[in-house]
Ligand binder design. Structure first.
Ligand SMILES: Cc1cc2nc3c(=O)[nH]c(=O)nc-3n(C[C@H](O)[C@H](O)[C@H](O)COP(=O)(O)OP(=O)(O)OC[C@H]3O[C@@H](n4cnc5c(N)ncnc54)[C@H](O)[C@@H]3O)c2cc1C
Length: 400
């Protein structure tokens, strides 16, 4: 039997889950499909920025996430050689943002919370073990073929949202180009319950450590430190995931790297790519399906949630208020694609370059820049507004 819904969302990552939940909350019927049996323990995103926290508050889930996360009002830039520490305190932008902190909370906690709420929502269905295979569209709607556990099913909808991640089937089916590049090196993340903070006085929950030999990012989530380091191109997977590598990474951070036990060791290939369009007729792309960037700054999931927010607002105008679909969805494409290019791509490339800067005589370019900020309250405020993604959303609103 053919299922029917107003919107089908492919992918129950954080972006698809936010899109589906917001639509259901608006009273728009939605089906969310996900090939896995549940939202997997994904150790990628852990930072949620202030505007994202506003959105999650509007969805009524912020308190639940704060309860399972850590507030990080301060983030730091540290020089591993000189131990110079520059701290930025987001309470200084509390005059403008409602939540002047980053919330350190793993992305799977958000996806699981929302899919749990959707499972009993009168306007939603969540279908795990279901993968989008193909779609056809005409002027009236989209007909999708979905592989379920027992059969290939057909789901008809008014609109299809592809929130199915970096290797998006939806994007590939649209034929839309995914323009950009892939870094030659990969990124290694390791997590440990070792008390790294004992060896770095005043260590903030989010700390960027620059170094000419090996920069790293230290991110804390409840019960764990996550360490992110770049790999050298020629290193094999086996060598990067080995105990010897683990020990060498932690040697630079704690006195006895050997004794550090890890919970996860994961290698990621990292890309800078933006889809040439976020829309093909009634098929819309959001999140990693539409854009990819390096994790320095924590913008990937956040900007994907901002896509979901923008897009679901437009779908509300179309489906509930009879708005002009082409005009609204073209504007979604223009707004979010421009932000991906102008802000997310540009800033993450700058953030990575700054981490790599040669400390040479002692100070990296990043440190010199940061010292200027520390000395100037106006510059500092503006920098934090940029990194908190507030400016990107202001800019989005200006794009007609
Ligand atoms: C090391 C690392 C650290 C990061 N840290 C941060 C951070 O701190 N902050 C931040 O904002 N971002 C961060 N990111 C980026 C962030 O993880 C991604 O941007 C985010 O996961 C994108 O969410 P998404 O829902 O678009 O895609 P995904 O999380 O990839 O979810 C896509 C979902 O679609 C499903 N799917 C796939 N194919 C199909 C199909 N055919 N049909 C239906 N469903 C399908 C998948 O199973 C998956 O569940 C980091 C990335 C990395 C690699």
């Amino acid at each position: 039997m053919m299922k029917k819904t107003r919107v089908l969302v492919a992918g129950a990552g954080p972006v698809g889950a936010v899109a589906a939940y917001r639509l259901a909350q608006m009273g728009i019927d939605v089906i969310l499909i996900e090939p896995n049996t549940h939202c997997p323990d994904d150790m990628r995103a852990s930072t949620m920025h202030p505007p994202t926290l506003d959105m999650l508050e509007e969805l009524g889930v912020l308190d639940d996430l704060v309860a399972v996360g850590l507030k990080a009002p301060v983030y730091q830039y540290r020089n591993r050689k000189t131990d110079n520490v520059i701290s930025l305190d987001m309470t200084e932008i509390g005059d403008v943002v409602r939540h002047p902190f980053r919330l350190q909370c793993e992305q799977f906690k958000l996806a699981r919370l929302l899919t749990g709420l959707l499972a009993t929502h009168p306007h939603a269905q969540v279908l795990f073990n279901h993968r989008l295979l193909s779609y056809e569209q005409d002027a009236k709607g989209v007909t999708c073929k979905v592989e379920g556990p027992l059969a290939i099913e057909t789901i008809a909808c008014d609109y299809l949202i592809g929130a199915d991640g970096a290797s998006s089937t939806v994007r590939k089916l649209t034929g839309i180009e995914f323009e950009g590049f892939t870094y030659p090196e990969r990124f290694l993340t390791l997590s440990t319950d070792y008390p790294v903070e004992d060896h770095h006085p005043g260590l903030a929950n989010v700390s960027y450590m620059s170094d000419e030999a090996e920069w790293c990012v230290l991110l804390r989530v409840p019960g764990l430190w996550r360490v992110l380091v770049p790999s050298h191109e020629q290193e094999s997977d086996a060598s990067l995931l080995s105990d010897a590598k683990k020990t060498s990474v932690f040697k630079g951070l704690v006195p006895d790297g050997e004794s550090v036990k890890t919970h996860h060791r994961t290698l990621y290939r990292v890309h800078q790519r933006v889809a040439a369009s976020f829309r093909k007729g009634r098929v819309l792309l959001a999140g990693d399906a539409a854009h990819l960037n390096n994790p320095l700054g924590g913008f990937g999931m956040n900007s994907g949630i901002h896509d979901a927010w923008n897009l679901t607002g437009k779908l509300r105008d179309i489906l509930l208020d009879g708005g002009d679909a082409d005009a609204l969805l073209d504007r979604y494409d223009r707004q979010r694609r421009t932000i991906s290019r102008e802000f997310v791509q540009a800033q993450t490339i700058r953030n990575k370059a700054a981490m790599e800067a040669d400390p040479g005589a002692g100070k990296s370019a990043q440190e010199r820049h940061m010292e200027k900020l520390v000395a100037d309250a106006t510059l500092r405020h503006e920098y934090m507004m940029q990194q908190a993604m507030v400016r990107s959303l202001e800019r989005e609103g200006e794009i007609l």
